[in-house]
Design a protein around this ligand. Structure first.
Ligand SMILES: Cc1ncc(C[n+]2csc(CCOP(=O)(O)OP(=O)(O)O)c2C)c(N)n1
Ligand SMILES: [Mg+2]
Length: 1010
């Protein structure tokens, strides 16, 4: 039987061009194999076959224009059904089935509740209990249920009560908060198998060495800085994780990923010292990083590439990066690229840090995506840098509400074990009442004082609580500890967190800032910046933690490291051995990805003829080609923040699917169309929604896959170029520090090229922002072959040769035809170095000018050069500048070399090599600020002028915008003539005439002032 393959529904498009035939007559194909590629003026998409069989005849050819229903080819021997037949999609069928079952169940089980008559008078009583007996009955019933049927049943009943009350019109919002006590009751605490005495000794040594390291560095060089108070408050939180929970990467296991709080770094170094990974000399070089061997101030993988994995010290980035890391880990698992080994992502955060919008910005995603591989630990020492985080409130309660509301599993660790018996004896509930009523400002102040003060200000609030501690001395009261300093409580919380299924967990732990620092800075507003401790403070610290140092050793601020064979060192090593190795440690065993053969880009090296397309479209075409390369295809991670349609990438939805951890539970509205919105568990596209920071976090996770997951991946994040570095610059910096490899594509770029969108959209400076990042290689190509050469080089350098750089490439949405790649053998080299000669006008051999054009403005310069030749008999050479940034870097390096080697033959910068022997002055322009092209001015020993788009963008036609910013061909001509006149190469009247001819208003203010 012969079946016909017709052009499917392609949305709103008609007469779309066939640009590629992917099959031949006589070829055997399978259902879903792509057969042709079609391309509208915005996007290209492959049409898959809906049958399998042998192709009898192909009825279209390249260049044909097709519409829905047109015949593409005939296939014989097919017994597959056409996609147009009415079969209910499987997902829909499942949904119907589920809904029917649910309906049946609710009908069977729904308890019939008799509607009560509402009382005529509604009593509103504030605070008080109008019927304690009734209250008691309810509470007793609840206790009975907990005892008999457990807490899940109790939870269910309470939920039903609340729901019923709501349905009956009792609109009292249900609070997300629980009392100010620990989430895990004492009888449910999992006990640690560790040796508590030895662990305390180890912790004390780490505390000491961490503080000593900071104090020693500042004694030597007071300008170095550092923090003691933060790690002092978090030591137990880290130690319990290190001794019992965090599994390292080794050849059997991928490893847990731990995001350490940035300024707790001294604690990590101090532990690594005991583990034998760092020596005393290295500790002494804390924060002295210029010479090799120093320890970086904070976690910076760039500076300590074998140690730190995640840069976290810019507050707020860590929490977001950790969420997207956990999500990306699930992405790799769901795509079958790594095994599911139950690995976890842990992130340590400060309570002050939680004020950063980024810290909380993605917690909804974490819950929505059920990231049970993610654990946040928020160290609530109630202080940030200047003072209390929430002096008048309670940060722990606030965070509990926010996280629980977002769907997280919340574990509060507020009180240490010494409180257990007091809480058990709190029969009247007054202790919890005081706990609930006391604000953080008071909690902080109490820990800066003493036991007597706590007795008076805290327990003294009610006779019942005063009575509760009547038999305790002030010293005993002082000893009542906070949950985050109690290893038992922390262990129980971590244990529960790591076993939680179906949601992310946040452990909210209460601690004391500067714990153990005494007068030197415990719980006082200045704790954060304490970096010097005087001898008395050090003695106190030693005694507080029983560090076995003599007074003299304390005076010398000596480190303490027990002997290799001591029980402490043996214990610490044994524990880490059991957990697979050391943390943090940064390694990579990823295999390189072979760069695709050059011919995959061949179609981008020939002219597009009359066909016009944008570089964004050329990029999408190229990616479609790359998806046919078996090495590269599975490793591509296209990341899009809700702009796939803007960039013509909707064809990817069907082709590779959108990642969705639950698959697609609905039939998409456009399911009949070729580019229908397809979500899938193994989908490849990360469709991030309107969320540049999230998209960038995904890009970093994928770009560092080679170290965190030992698999090289190729992230390509496409965004409006204006919403790139400008919006998420700090993430880009962190991505660079992390040595992320991948592509950032600033699409719809250029101040005048993105015409209609206006001031907030039109980017005239992203390249300058890109140039601030040392390992960011950036390009502004004009033609499709330039893009192809640059992209392939990116793949080769980053993913085959494993160079730790990343590529920023701008692409535009202006349609024009693209020429063939010049045959010149230096062309490719020039494209990559930053410039090459693209055209020469040499007819008259009298007067000459050099034009340097970049991105979209190169075409204006070529057009300007043509006018100059035709109408003014002026010759020119036109250079395509693919990267002023790269040219500048080369110039800087060469200049530096020459200055440092005055006796050697001077080297020539690439710019000088290109322009040194040319004739005439130079005019450079781009669709970016003049500063972009001005970057190379110092390396040209000729008159140099530049045009650019300095000023605010605004919406208008492309033509008007270019006129406004003076980068259109008419301005190129007029300025060109004027420059030649200034250089006394022609008479000034020509320039004057041109200014008049092109109606250029020489009195118009600078666009920067408009
Ligand atoms: C984005 C950013 N802003 C400011 C800082 C400077 N800074 C470093 S630590 C700190 C206070 C941190 O308080 P918190 O998060 O509560 O941490 P703690 O030291 O109390 O554990 C500040 C403001 C920073 N590192 N990053
Ligand atoms: Mg804090």
């Amino acid at each position: 039987m012969t079946v016909k393959l017709l052009v499917p529904d392609i949305g709103d498009f008609e007469k779309v061009e066939v640009i590629e035939l992917l099959v031949k007559e006589g070829q055997q194909i399978k259902k879903n194999d792509p057969v042709v590629t079609i391309e509208s003026d915005k996007s290209s998409v492959e049409i898959p076959s809906t049958f399998s069989g042998k192709i009898e005849s192909i009825k279209v050819k390249v260049g044909d224009k097709v519409s829905k229903g047109d015949l593409i080819l005939n296939i014989s021997n097919s017994n597959q059904s056409s996609s147009t037949s009415k079969v209910i999609p499987k997902d829909t069928e499942n949904l119907i089935q589920e809904a029917e079952n649910a309906l049946k169940k609710t009908q069977e089980h729904k308890p019939q509740i008799k509607k009560k008559e509402k009382p005529e008078i509604i009593q509103v009583v504030k605070g008080g209990d109008i019927d304690p007996l009734e209250t008691n009955e309810w509470l007793e019933s609840l206790s009975a249920v907990i005892e008999k049927d457990g807490d899940q049943r109790a939870h269910y009943l309470i939920k039903e009560l609340i729901n019923e009350a709501y349905k009956e019109g009792v609109n009292i919002p249900y609070t997300q908060n629980t009392p100010y006590i620990n989430t895990i009751p004492v009888n449910e605490e999992k006990k640690s198998s560790g040796d508590q005495n030895i662990e305390r000794r180890i912790r004390s040594l780490i505390r000491w060495n961490a503080a000593a390291m900071v104090v020693r560095a500042n004694k030597k060089f007071p300008e170095l800085g550092g923090h003691i108070g933060t790690f002092a408050s978090a030591a137990t939180l880290y130690d319990v994780g290190m001794n019992h929970f965090w599994r390292a990467k080794n050849n059997k296991f991928g490893g847990d990923l731990v995001y350490f709080q940035g300024h707790s770094a001294p604690g990590m170094y101090a532990r690594a010292f005991l583990e034998g990974r760092l020596n005393e000399k290295q500790l002494d070089n804390f924060r002295q990083e210029v010479n090799p061997g120093g320890l970086s101030s904070y976690p910076h993988p760039w500076l300590m590439p074998n140690f730190w994995q995640f840069p976290t010290v810019s507050m707020g980035l860590g929490p977001m990066l950790a969420i997207y890391q956990a999500r990306y880990m699930k992405y790799l698992i769901n795509r079958g690229l790594i095994k599911d080994e139950g690995r976890k992502v842990w992130a340590f955060l400060g309570d002050g840090e939680m004020d950063e919008p980024e810290s909380l910005g993605a917690i909804g995603l974490a819950a929505r995506e059920k990231l049970d591989n993610l654990i946040f630990v928020v160290n609530c020492n109630l202080q940030r840098l200047d003072g209390p985080v929430r002096g008048n409130g309670k940060i722990i309660q606030e965070l509990e509400g926010i996280f629980r509301g977002a769907g997280w599993n919340v574990i509060k660790v507020i009180w240490g074990s010494y409180w257990d018996s007091l809480l058990a004896n709190d029969k009247t509930g007054h202790l919890v009442k005081v706990m609930n009523e006391t604000v953080d400002g008071e909690y902080q102040a109490m820990k800066a004082r003493n036991g007597a003060y706590v007795r008076e200000k805290f327990f003294g609030k009610y006779p019942e609580t005063n009575e509760l501690v009547s038999s305790l001395s002030d010293k005993d009261i002082w000893r009542l500890n906070r949950g985050g300093h109690d290893p038992h409580k922390v262990f129980a919380a971590y244990d529960k967190a790591s076993k939680n299924v179906g949601s992310p967990t946040v452990v909210i732990a209460k601690t004391i800032k500067g714990y153990g620092m005494g007068k030197g800075g415990e719980s006082v507003n200045t704790t954060h910046q304490t970096k010097k401790l005087d001898i008395d403070d050090l003695m106190y610290y030693r005694d507080r933690f029983d560090v076995p140092l003599t007074d003299q050793q304390v005076k010398n601020i000596e480190y303490y490291k027990p002997d290799q064979n001591s029980p402490e060192i043996k214990y610490i090593k044994e524990k880490r051995l059991q957990l697979g190795g050391f943390i943090p440690e940064r390694t990579t065993y990823a295999k390189p990805i072979k760069a695709p053969p050059k011919d995959i880009f061949d179609n981008m090296k020939v002219s597009t003829g009359n066909k016009e397309m944008s570089t964004t479209m050329a990029l999408v075409r190229m990616l479609t080609n790359l998806l046919r390369d078996k090495n590269v295809a599975p490793r591509l991670v296209p990341i899009i923040p809700d702009e796939a349609r803007t960039f013509g990438m909707e064809g990817f939805f069907q082709k590779i699917g959108i990642y969705a951890h639950e698959g697609q539970k609905y039939e998409p509205e456009d399911s009949a169309q070729l580019s229908s919105y397809r979500e899938e568990k193994s989908g490849q596209v990360l469709e991030e929604g309107i969320n540049e920071a999230g998209a960038m976090s995904s890009w970093i996770a994928a770009g560092t896959s080679y170290t965190n997951h030992d698999i090289e991946m190729i992230p390509i994040y496409l965004f409006y170029s204006m919403f790139g570095f400008q919006r998420i610059g700090d993430f880009a910096w962190a991505g660079a520090d992390s040595q992320s490899r991948g592509f950032l594509i600033g699409a719809t770029a250029g101040r005048t090229t993105l015409a209609g969108e206006g001031l907030q959209h039109q980017d005239g400076h992203s390249h300058l922002l890109a140039s601030t990042i040392p390992n960011c290689v950036s390009y502004d190509p004009t033609f499709h072959y330039e893009l192809a050469v640059i992209f392939r080089e990116g793949l080769r350098r980053m993913h085959e040769k494993k160079e730790n750089v990343f590529f920023y490439i701008t692409t535009m949405n202006e349609n024009y035809s693209h020429p063939s790649m010049p045959k010149d053998k230096f062309c490719e080299e020039g494209i990559l170095k930053g410039m090459y000669k693209i055209k020469e006008f040499n007819e008259y051999k009298k007067t000459k000018i050099q034009f340097l054009g970049s991105g979209a403005i190169l075409r204006e310069m070529i057009a300007g050069a043509e006018i100059l030749q035709k109408e003014y008999q002026i010759d020119s050479e036109v250079w395509s500048v693919t990267s002023f940034n790269e040219l500048r870097r080369d110039g800087l390096e060469v200049e530096r070399f020459n200055l440092l080697n005055p006796d050697k033959e001077p080297k020539k910068s690439y710019v000088e090599k290109c322009l040194g022997k040319t004739e005439g002055p130079i005019l450079a322009a781009s669709d970016y600020m003049r500063m972009n092209s001005d970057q190379i001015r110092p390396y040209v020993n000729k008159s140099f002028y530049s045009l650019g788009t300095d000023g605010f963008g605004r919406s208008d036609t492309r033509k008007n915008l270019r006129k406004f910013f003076e980068v259109d061909k008419e301005h190129v001509v007029a300025y060109g003539l004027s420059i030649l006149a200034k250089e006394q190469l022609i008479a000034s009247k020509y320039a004057k005439e041109a200014i008049k001819k092109y109606k250029i208003d020489s009195d118009k203010p600078m666009p920067t002032k408009l």
